[in-house]
Design a protein around this ligand. Structure first.
Ligand code: G
Ligand code: G
Ligand code: MN
Ligand code: NA
Length: 254
């Protein structure tokens, strides 16, 4: 498969780019958090998008090494941000289910954090509900191991597919990201809006930080704010962008 060969090649010469999407904080208009997103802008086949290469990386197992590369690049960037005095809360990195099957995941992450001298709280791992559903016991035990080291977790794509309150109650999850489909539906579906608002308030009261995803319009942002959601991720405020462009957002000068 041509894409598989390209992924191997990019791994060898570390050609992957990591983009950062700054995440907006409603109360002060700052961008204290960003999500790291893999990009392959320049390959022999032209740009290849994550929706195409992530599934292939998962099938071939290449995702494991790719994620370690992302983590290393993210830690290096976080080190620079901290050295330059950023009031950063952290950067989140997506984890695939295969990653949780790696026995040495927690140790390997600890090693990368140690190498770059990054306190663990600055790295937030995003896991989807489907990852949890695929192997609850194994995922829970790895999460607990990492949480003990201080790594934080965000539950991604909340409200799609496998939504299960018991995950939020029993997993060491610091943040819940409301999926963009729910944010979008809420603007023309009162029942959806009421449920999103209730869930957001309830989670917020339980000390779980909320992120609204996929906010593209002022109306959607206003809705998220009415729900008391703390953080907003969406094209309205900032798209995923190269590190150098994301830097001023995270430094608080944009
Ligand atoms: O990045 P969007 O900008 O297109 O990303 C599409 C999908 O690819 C998202 O669901 C995102 O979670 C996933 N994705 C992007 N980067 C990574 C990564 O580094 N690791 C994993 N596992 N998924 C990623
Ligand atoms: O990991 P997750 O599936 O949540 O990945 C975030 C995805 O959402 C990335 O593909 C990113 O490019 C995308 N995204 C971020 N903000 C917006 C937005 O405002 N609108 C849309 N359509 N997609 C967004
Ligand atoms: Mn994500
Ligand atoms: Na999501």
């Amino acid at each position: 498969h041509a894409v598989t060969e390209i992924l191997k090649e990019e791994l060898l010469n570390q050609g992957f780019e990591v983009y950062y999407q700054p995440i907006y904080r409603c109360k002060d208009g700052g961008f204290p958090v960003a999500e790291a997103l893999l990009r392959l802008p320049d390959t022999p086949l032209g740009p290849i998008y994550p929706d195409e290469f992530i599934p292939i990386a998962e099938e071939t197992g290449l995702i494991v090494q790719m994620t370690y590369l992302v983590l290393a690049k993210v830690c290096k960037f976080v080190r620079r941000l901290l050295d330059e005095g950023a009031k950063l809360e952290g950067v989140s990195v997506n984890l695939s289910v295969l990653q949780f099957m790696q026995r040495d995941l927690a140790d390997h992450i600890a090693e990368i954090l140690d190498y770059y001298q990054i306190p663990a709280r600055f790295i937030k791992l995003e896991i989807t509900e489907s990852v949890v559903a695929s192997n609850y016991e194994a995922v829970l035990s790895v999460m607990e191991k990492l949480a003990k080291k201080g790594v934080q977790f965000a539950l991604d794509d909340f409200g799609t597919g496998y939504s299960n309150l018991s995950y939020v109650m029993h997993l060491p999850v610091d943040m819940v990201k409301i999926d963009r489909s729910l944010i979008w539906s809420s603007l023309n579906n009162d029942r959806c809006a009421t449920l999103v608002e209730a869930v957001s308030r309830t989670f917020g009261q339980a000390g779980i930080r909320m992120i609204a995803e996929g906010v593209e319009t002022g109306e959607q942002a206003a809705f998220a704010q009415r729900c008391g959601i703390e953080l907003i991720q969406g094209f309205l405020y900032a798209k995923p962008m190269p590190q150098e462009e994301a830097l001023p957002y995270l430094m608080g000068v944009k």
